[in-house]
Design a protein around this ligand. Structure first.
Ligand code: NDP
Length: 269
């Protein structure tokens, strides 16, 4: 048995917006585990020194924007899922070595399975955004039988590069309308809609009738995109179920136990 981590942290820049400390803090208290989960805002230039110090101190945790790719590159051992996504969101220390996983992948898959009506089969996915979260979505959906994905991102070159890593499943689509036209599952993997500016990742009128919607963004009272899509009859969910699932999967890596997902969910709401 590995020794329990001395502390849990979230490394990011910025991290102030994250609900992970609240979610994990509540679940740790509920489980009677005497550990803290703290958000650490680390300047990009300080990332390497910070992660080295944490590994030496047997600290485990998560990494978020903009460090997931750098964390994967720094790991001494990386799960095959994290290798596929090219990003790690979960780390822990084993005898002074940094180990990493990507629980966003399993988190997305579990959340999608809980969509009202389930995942459409075969899934024709429109994926909005081409960053680390989009890569995790691709690593999850490439396992679905006969799934196809059109990636639409505001930086076409980034979408093209991401699609090239998932040949046979994904292709970049410059036009938003074309990406959405035939999709029976639309996934927002951009931060659009997180703020109060009324921005939506895509006009809901462009969605095909009955297309399911998953917004990886989350906020109190759900995102406007999810609420608008549901009002028009689309099965829709925001990023909260994925956040809970990726966090629960991280517990297995850090602590070898399952958290109470209900406690986590309630802490977020
Ligand atoms: P990245 O910064 O790696 O990628 C973001 C992508 O969105 C890029 O393609 C970027 O384009 C694009 N983008 C950024 N802003 C806008 C905008 N205003 N309109 C359209 N496109 C935009 O971020 P991540 O992939 O790590 O995260 C994306 C989202 O997913 C975030 O909202 C994050 O909070 C959420 N997330 C949720 C999780 C959950 O558990 N629910 C887990 C992981 C992520 P460009 O390249 O041009 O900048």
């Amino acid at each position: 048995m590995r020794p329990r981590p001395s502390r849990l942290v979230l490394l990011g820049h910025p991290v102030g917006h994250s609900k992970s400390p609240r979610m994990h803090g509540a679940a740790l208290a509920h489980a009677g585990i005497d550990l803290r989960y703290d958000a650490l805002d680390v300047a990009p230039d300080d990332f390497d020194a910070a992660i080295n110090a944490l590994v030496s101190a047997n600290v485990a945790g998560n990494v978020t924007i903009p460090f997931k790719e750098r964390a994967a590159a720094r790991c001494d051992w990386l799960s095959s899922a994290a290798q596929r996504a090219g990003a790690a969101n979960t780390f822990w220390s084993v005898e002074g070595e940094l180990h990493g996983d990507n629980t966003d992948i399993g988190g997305f898959a579990a959340a999608a399975a809980a969509l009202p009506g389930g995942v459409p089969t075969p899934a024709r996915v429109a994926l909005l955004g081409a960053g680390g979260a989009a890569a995790a979505v691709l690593a999850a959906v490439e396992r679905w039988p006969d799934c196809t994905v059109r990636i639409h991102a505001r930086t076409l070159e980034r979408a093209t590069r991401l699609a090239a890593r998932f040949p046979g499943v994904a292709r970049a689509e410059p036009g938003l309308e074309e990406a959405l036209a035939d999709a029976n599952l639309v996934v927002n993997a951009t931060p659009a809609g997180l703020g109060d500016d009324g921005e939506l990742p895509a006009p809901v009128e462009l969605l095909a009738p009955g297309a399911a919607v998953i917004d990886l963004a989350y906020r109190a009272g759900e995102t406007a995109w999810v609420r608008t899509a549901r009002a028009r009859g689309h099965p829709a969910m925001d990023g909260l179920p994925m956040l809970v699932e990726q966090g629960a999967l991280a517990w297995r890596r850090w602590l070898g136990v399952e958290p109470d997902r209900g406690v986590m969910r309630r802490a977020l709401l």
